[in-house]
Design a protein around this ligand. Structure first.
Ligand SMILES: Cc1cc2nc3c(=O)[nH]c(=O)nc-3n(C[C@H](O)[C@H](O)[C@H](O)COP(=O)(O)OP(=O)(O)OC[C@H]3O[C@@H](n4cnc5c(N)ncnc54)[C@H](O)[C@@H]3O)c2cc1C
Length: 319
């Protein structure tokens, strides 16, 4: 029996496991780019057993020397065409909240909302707004899960996720549940303290603010409309490919536009004809095409302007 099946056997022998387990699961089904080859083993535990099961799985995989990749909504990933070796732990069904949605913070400084890591950030914004609270509304329309957005310190419309993050509950490297305060000094532009650590984000608590409900609703709809108008949902993509950098003096997308690179294509991968910092999959792009196109754009920007572009999306798997 392979080490992988041994881990699965061990885990499945636990009472109470619910969820999905598949061998050779195509990652193209789990990324917004709709590219990426098979994961050796893909597991999406059910919401009722998630934390206990995840702790057992991570411990057993570590003991067996099998790597585990944590998957949120797959909105910031370029997965290799050869796929991912080891286990992909999908947090998609660990969503929603447990207990009252909105509560007072323990320090008594206002209201907050506690959500599980697999919750879509758009659903978080919507849930808070439905109860008359703002705060997470800037995330409306952004693809991705709470866990992925915390890990990436996602940023849009002038706000970073860390601006509203009060606490994160994680399973640490020893599979202990630990609650960490969301200290502003630990986060920076698209950086969180979780990058570079082998942890699983279980849930996060966010600060809420009282604003007139009609204004919150208007802002939410405006974000969604704006993203639609900017072509975010027209083709599969992972949003912005490169980070912005203040030292460039302008947004990265504008630099790419000025060099006339919109519409540059490789196979079915293409720099969006309407946005220089988005690469789209026009149908049958391979991840290798996307990656080569990213390198080509970075190379041309370096040659013309001398800037080193840093990719924002993550290259994952067996490249
Ligand atoms: C159309 C479009 C528009 C976008 N616009 C924006 C934007 O405006 N601003 C922005 O910042 N991003 C944007 N993105 C990118 C993406 O939405 C964000 O980066 C999002 O936060 C990724 O979340 P995810 O759940 O999809 O994470 P994934 O892509 O699944 O994972 C990203 C990283 O987070 C880790 N991770 C995920 N969940 C957990 C967890 N529970 N515990 C530990 N690690 C975890 C993964 O291992 C991986 O390293 C956009 C993407 C698309 C497709």
């Amino acid at each position: 029996m392979s080490r992988l099946s041994e881990v699965v056997e061990k885990i499945n022998s636990q009472a109470g496991f619910t969820g999905l387990i598949r061998y050779d699961e195509p990652m193209s089904a789990h990324t917004t780019f709709k590219t990426g080859g098979p994961a050796d083993l893909w597991i999406r535990p059910g919401g009722d057993c998630f934390p206990g099961y995840a702790a057992e799985l991570l411990g057993a995989a570590k003991a067996a020397g099998i790597p585990v990749f944590i998957l949120g909504a797959g909105a910031n990933l370029l997965v290799a065409d050869r796929g991912i070796r080891g286990i992909v732990l999908d947090t998609g069904d660990w969503s929603g909240w447990n207990g009252p949605l909105v509560r007072e913070t323990e320090a008594g400084e206002g209201a907050c909302i506690l959500v599980r890591a697999g919750t879509a950030v758009d659903a978080l914004a919507e849930a808070a707004a439905a109860l008359g609270w703002g705060g997470p509304d800037f995330l409306a329309g952004m693809p991705g899960s709470v866990g992925g957005a915390v890990w990436m310190n996602a940023r849009c419309y002038g706000h970073s996720l860390s601006d509203i993050l009060l606490e994160t509950e994680i399973l640490d490297e020893s599979e202990n549940r630990v609650v960490l305060p969301g200290r502003a000094e630990d986060f920076s532009y698209k950086k969180s303290p979780f990058q570079g650590r082998e942890i699983l984000i279980l849930s996060a608590r966010f600060a809420l603010e009282r604003r007139p409900p009609a204004g919150i609703r208007r802002d939410i709809e405006e974000r969604r409309r704006d993203r639609k108008a900017k072509g975010h949902y027209r083709f599969p993509s992972a949003g912005s490919v490169f980070k912005n950098d203040r030292t460039f003096g302008k947004p990265t997308g504008q630099i790419i536009d000025e060099l006339g690179l919109r519409g540059l294509g490789l196979g079915d991968a293409m720099v969006a004809p309407w946005h220089g910092n988005i690469i789209i999959n026009r149908g049958n792009a391979r991840s290798a095409d996307v990656r080569s196109l990213i390198e080509e754009v970075a190379c041309r920007v370096k040659a013309a302007r001398g800037f080193d572009l840093e990719p924002e999306l993550r290259f994952v798997g067996d490249w």
